[in-house]
Design a protein around this ligand. Structure first.
Ligand code: 9D3
Length: 233
């Protein structure tokens, strides 16, 4: 009944990889989610276990076969969202991550080669998601990125205080700067307000810093905030 992630891949041995360590790894061991790598090559039928072929119309590279991919999908499809990690997908964002975390799980298809036969994408209704505008060798690392982002939001994975901090951060600003001991390091002092004990002044300073950093680095986030608010703080 816990969140179930099936990952269809030609490299099942890459999993759990980093998802077996730290927060996601502890949650996996605790049964808060399940990870099921599915070896696409197990669904090849010919002597050479081929999963790819040359593209109709010509061109560079190889294309993953619709029939082989579809047989792999059929063994796990149960109504969970079907997601193809793809450089031409819509960009993954925190809103999609949060929506996925509220559901029963995901079926992720990690592509290799130039791409996947379009017919299986359409026939199964795959949603295509990218993790950013740079070129990777395949969809396995993006699958892990998506799962890392989703798993930390599952009930019981983060502590209550971290979850509360998460909600207050979801106001669309980048984070304010953090400091800990020592109070002076290599001639650099911690901002005095943080040592003042004045909690209202500290909250105001952090807010102002978060806004300054967001304005300098990600003005698009501020624009999105202005566009989305109807008299909110
Ligand atoms: C020359 C055309 N290439 C598209 C930019 C082909 C191509 C390159 C790399 C096809 C697949 C890949 C492998 N990448 C992914 O599968 C992938 C990915 C990525 O490369 N960047 C960001 N997000 C993602 S999600 C899956």
């Amino acid at each position: 009944m816990s969140f179930r992630a099936s990952v269809l891949t030609l490299f099942p041995e890459l999993f759990p990889g980093p998802l077996g360590a730290s927060l996601a790894g502890r949650a996996l061991a605790a049964g808060l989610w399940q990870l099921e790598p599915v070896d696409i090559r197990a669904f090849a039928t010919d002597r050479h276990r081929s999963v790819d072929d040359t593209p109709y119309g010509g061109g560079a590279g190889m294309v993953m076969r619709a029939d082989v991919v579809d047989r792999a999908v059929a063994t796990v499809a149960d109504g969970r969202p079907l997601i193809l990690l793809s450089p031409r997908g819509r960009r993954l964002d925190q809103a999609r991550v949060a929506a996925l975390a509220r559901g029963a799980g995901v079926v992720l298809l990690a592509g290799r080669y130039e791409g996947i036969d379009q017919r299986v994408i359409e026939a199964r209704g795959f949603e295509e998601l990218s993790i950013g505008d740079y070129v990777l060798a395949g969809g396995e690392l993006p699958s892990m990125v998506l799962l890392d982002a989703v798993v930390r939001l599952l009930p019981g994975v983060m502590g209550a205080s971290a979850s509360a901090a998460e909600e207050s951060f979801s106001d669309g600003l980048l984070e304010y700067p953090h400091y800990t001991r020592p109070p002076v390091w290599e001639g650099r002092a911690v901002p005095a307000v943080l040592l003042s004990g004045d909690h209202a002044a500290i909250a105001a300073w952090r807010r102002a810093e978060a806004e300054r950093i967001t304005r300098e680095r990600r003005p698009d986030l501020l624009a999105a905030k202005v566009a989305s608010r109807a008299g909110a703080p």
